[in-house]
Ligand binder design. Structure first.
Ligand code: ANZ
Ligand code: ZN
Length: 873
């Protein structure tokens, strides 16, 4: 068979141009077909993409193309998460404007994505740094503000004392400012917050409805929201000095351990700590010390425990001894009441603290089976189950019963006329601080007036645009330094006022972009008709690194927008898939410098050298592709050598999509060979059956077998793609190609081709069509080429998924157990259609049966069709 090789370099751009010219991936909102919305997390325009970035887009594209073939009106858009710090850093380094850098990157990356042959509706493309996008975001902010979903409150930031600037968490490296190297301090600033905690319970409950989300992600969100049930307990301060409050309120989830309490600890940010600090220089210095270091919870939790004895004592609410009051660095102001009682025997942090400051360690929970006379706590707190002891009226109770007993008792006690104990629910979730002291973000649309306070920018003055003429030659926020931008008249009283110079966290930008895509190009964002039509996103695909923040913030946004009547759904993403990464081995030269894969030559003897030299190269383990380690493969190189279909095929094959996949040249070459094999096979099919054949009335066994395989292929690939089991879909195609090739070989051997029987010719053409359609979502360019060569004058991209004849999927044989005198002796496989007489003949011919009968005829033989055969010898 002489067929020319498939030339991807020629075919791929050709088909992409045709798709583009015919606008076949543009989606209309008034299309009557059922909707399907598939979205991959939109990229940050950081520069160039490498092939590792492509995996989630390719997966989304397979789904999009498949759903189109299944008759859905598919929305598959793309945009750019375009605000953020790297653009400012680039602006500093290159002395340019962040917008210039960003839009250049967008242009490059758009072309790179197009190279992958993604079926995207580019007409809906958005960049979050576009005033039409962020202006709408300002409108949403003001609606949230009006609805009470926005707060302004003091909160701590990372402060660089040398550069005099606020640092983002990622700019704090080992506790120091990234540029100045100065030890970072914590400072309090007035900042804007979204009140995500107001929806904590809803966000938690909503997780139960997300059946098409990975359990892992739901669990991560559940933990992040961190609901706990506990008790507020008010401790009276003994002989409270003048000017101090008379009590301290703590939050505890372990009221059962109250008899084991040995101290009270306040957060350094607790109002009482601050009041005491104002009177005591040593305490003030201690609080200052606690302020050093970053603001992240992780950092606070890993610091060594430190405390300061305030000298205050509180009364034990159940009559135990008085407890000392410390200020301690491990108590967070933002959680519970910012104060705790410490029970060292049953909490590790409290134990570490108690050991350091010589406080009593009294176990009150006895582990099952432990001897109360000898049980003691050493360096490890006991937080398991057990029975209360050393605890007065609680002795002998289980932990849950003791919790209940303490809650009931303290609810009944009073202090200054109010109950001592009150049941409380707490969430770990914090309000979402959105203020960033940066230029390249969405300006917060508020004006500060000395007389009127924080005044919303009036609707008709939106968007509040970023000024273009800014400089990055000094540290700090250019919006703050700009000579004119922030000086405006108060919209309320007309007096001189200043704009808010903070911009929004870029996570705000990504919390609603999927809703923006619902509008047709040119139409206003967040139109009810459009969002009602498209939301929720049916399939969202992205990295597990976004399991918590991005997904939680988006869920919050949609719920908040729903409360405001702006959308109708409660959850943004009905289905979520988190894909694994593409990894690649790393290369280093003799001088320990990273090398790009294309700079390395692998020699047949197994050694590796720097290309064109004899310099040895050290090969490192496969790691996530990253620019810094140079283990990246640009999509252009793949497109030029093998074609992007090969890259797509490779990324989908072998490994389940949620796992990492190692990029190897052997793998991509394998994909290339297989692509050629499909192409040859279609050519061979055409040689056997050059023209369409009318459907015959009857099919012979060879034709039926081939048809079964082809229909099975379509059914299996369909089921696999529906479950996102792309690697299985790939392996189905592999198996089918073998079956198909064997069928053609057998046919050529048996007949003087092309004089094959019409039923076989029909089956061959059908198989070629089915194969082409089955690969269309995955190998869209090759599929178009095959489709055209089959004489179709439509596009494969617009073809319908094959119609499967259910009859051809039914198993055509059945395996029956055979009992001889009531004992199972053998199995027999017969055609489903075999008559009882035929089955009887086949059974009687079996060796076991012949032996058992020993020449005599059977007394009886009972065939229960499709079930069992009984032989009575
Ligand atoms: C006494 C106690 C005894 C506690 C014991 C634990 C074990 P979850 O479950 O995560 O809600 N806590 C309360 N507020 C805190 C704050 N602002 N900073 C640091 N820790 C705080 O955690 C609740 C427990 O964390 C509370 O229960 C409290 O310590 C501590 F054997 O109270 B517990
Ligand atoms: Zn005013």
């Amino acid at each position: 068979m002489t067929t020319e090789r498939y030339n991807a370099r020629d075919a791929e751009p050709r088909w992409q141009k045709i798709w583009d010219e015919r606008g076949i991936f543009r989606t209309r909102n008034d299309d009557p077909r059922p909707k399907y919305y598939v979205l991959e997390m939109f990229p940050y325009p950081s520069g160039r993409i490498h092939i590792g970035h492509g995996r989630n887009y390719v997966m989304g594209d397979v789904v999009a193309r498949f759903k189109r073939m299944k008759g859905f009106n598919v929305l598959h858009p793309m945009g750019w998460d375009a605000f953020g710090l790297p653009a400012e850093n680039a602006a500093i380094e290159r002395n340019t404007h962040p917008g210039v850098w960003t839009y250049e990157n967008i242009a490059t990356m758009r072309e790179q994505l197009k190279l992958l042959g993604l079926s995207l509706d580019w007409s809906r493309e958005i960049a979050t740094c576009d005033p039409s996008y962020y202006g709408e975001q300002q409108r949403i902010f003001l609606k949230f503000l009006e609805a009470g979903l926005v707060d302004r409150k003091e909160s701590e930031v990372n402060w660089d004392p040398v550069d005099h600037t606020v640092l983002a968490n990622e700019q704090v490296i080992d506790g120091r400012g990234w540029r100045s190297g100065a030890l970072v301090e914590r400072r309090k600033l007035n900042q804007w917050f979204f009140r995500i905690t107001a929806l904590a319970q809803e966000l938690l409950d909503g997780l139960d409805t997300l059946e098409r989300w990975p359990d892992k992600v739901r669990l991560m969100q559940r933990n992040w929201i961190g609901r706990s049930e506990g008790l507020h307990v008010r401790f009276a301060i003994a002989d409270a000095p003048e000017g101090l409050p008379s009590e301290i309120k703590v939050y505890t989830t372990r009221p059962d351990t109250l008899f084991g309490a040995s101290f009270i600890a306040l957060s350094p940010g607790h109002p009482l700590a601050e009041t005491l600090g104002a009177r005591d220089g040593d305490l003030r210095a201690f609080i200052e010390e606690c302020r050093r270091g970053g603001t992240s919870t992780a950092e606070i939790e890993t610091q060594e425990k430190m405390g300061f004895d305030t000298g205050l004592r509180v009364r034990h609410p159940l009559g135990g001894p008085d407890l000392p009051v410390y200020v301690a660095n491990f108590v967070l102001m933002e959680y519970g009441t910012g104060a705790i009682f410490g029970c060292p025997a049953h909490d590790q942090r409290d134990l570490d603290f108690a050991r350091k400051y010589g406080l009593p360690v009294t176990p009150v929970v006895l582990p099952p089976g432990a001897d109360p006379a000898v049980f003691a706590v050493g360096d490890v707190a006991y937080d398991g189950e057990g029975t209360l002891y050393h605890s007065g009226f609680l002795d002998g109770l289980s932990i849950p019963d003791a919790k209940e007993a303490v809650a009931a008792r303290l609810e009944g006690e009073t202090l200054a006329g109010a109950p001592v104990g009150e049941r409380a629910v707490n969430f770990r979730l914090r309000d979402w601080g959105i203020s960033r002291q940066r230029y390249w973000g969405c300006p917060i649309p508020v004006i500060h007036c000395a007389a009127c306070g924080a005044v919303p920018v009036p609707e008709d003055q939106l968007p509040v645009r970023l000024p273009e003429d800014v400089t990055f030659d000094q540290p700090g926020n250019p919006l703050d330094r700009h000579p004119t931008w922030k000086h405006v008249a108060c919209p309320r009283c007309g007096q001189p006022a200043t704009r808010e110079t903070d911009t929004m966290d870029t996570f705000v930008d990504s919390s609603w972009y999927f809703a923006r895509f619902a509008s047709e190009p040119g139409a206003a964002p967040l139109q009810k008709g459009a969002t009602d039509h498209w939301l929720p996103v049916d399939q969202y695909i992205g990295g597990i690194e976004h399991a918590i923040l991005h997904l939680l913030y988006s869920r919050f946004f949609i719920r908040a927008l729903k409360t405001l009547g702006l959308v109708s759904v409660e959850e943004p993403f009905a289905g979520l898939f988190t894909q694994g990464m593409i990894v690649h081995e790393t290369y280093k030269d003799a001088a320990d410098r990273w090398l790009f894969p294309e700079e390395v030559e692998k020699r047949p003897d197994g050694s590796s050298v720097r290309l064109g030299t004899d310099e040895p190269v050290t090969i490192g383990a496969p790691e996530k592709m990253s620019k810094s380690k140079k283990n990246v493969v640009p999509p252009e190189i793949v497109a030029d050598t093998y074609g992007v279909d090969c890259a797509r095929w490779f990324m989908l094959s072998d490994t389940p999509p949620e796992r990492d996949r190692e990029w190897t040249s052997a793998g991509i070459e394998g994909a290339w060979r297989f692509q050629q094999r499909i192409w040859r096979l279609i050519g061979e099919a055409l040689a056997i059956a050059p023209a369409p054949v009318a459907r015959p009335d009857r099919f012979g066994p060879e034709s039926t077998a081939l048809r079964r395989a082809a229909h099975g292929l379509a059914a299996d690939v369909e089921a696999d793609i529906d479950r996102l089991h792309f690697n299985k879909a790939v392996s189905r195609v592999h198996s089918f190609v073998t079956v198909f090739a064997d069928a053609l070989t057998a046919a050529r051997a048996g007949t003087s081709a092309p004089n094959v029987a019409p039923d076989f010719a029909f089956a061959v053409r059908e198989a070629a069509r089915f194969l082409t359609l089955a690969i269309t979502p995955m190998l869209p360019h090759l599929a178009e080429e095959c489709w055209a060569s089959l004489g179709e004058n439509s596009l494969a991209a617009q073809a319908a998924w094959p119609e499967i004849e259910p009859g051809l999927l039914v198993e055509d044989t059945v395996t029956l157990p055979i009992q001889i005198n009531g004992k199972r002796r053998a199995d027999i496989t017969v055609p489903v259609a075999a008559s009882p007489a035929e089955v009887e003949d086949a059974v009687l011919a079996l060796d076991v049966v012949v032996k058992a009968l020993d020449g005599r005829p059977p007394k009886r033989i009972i065939v229960v069709p499709q079930r069992i055969v009984n032989v009575v010898a």
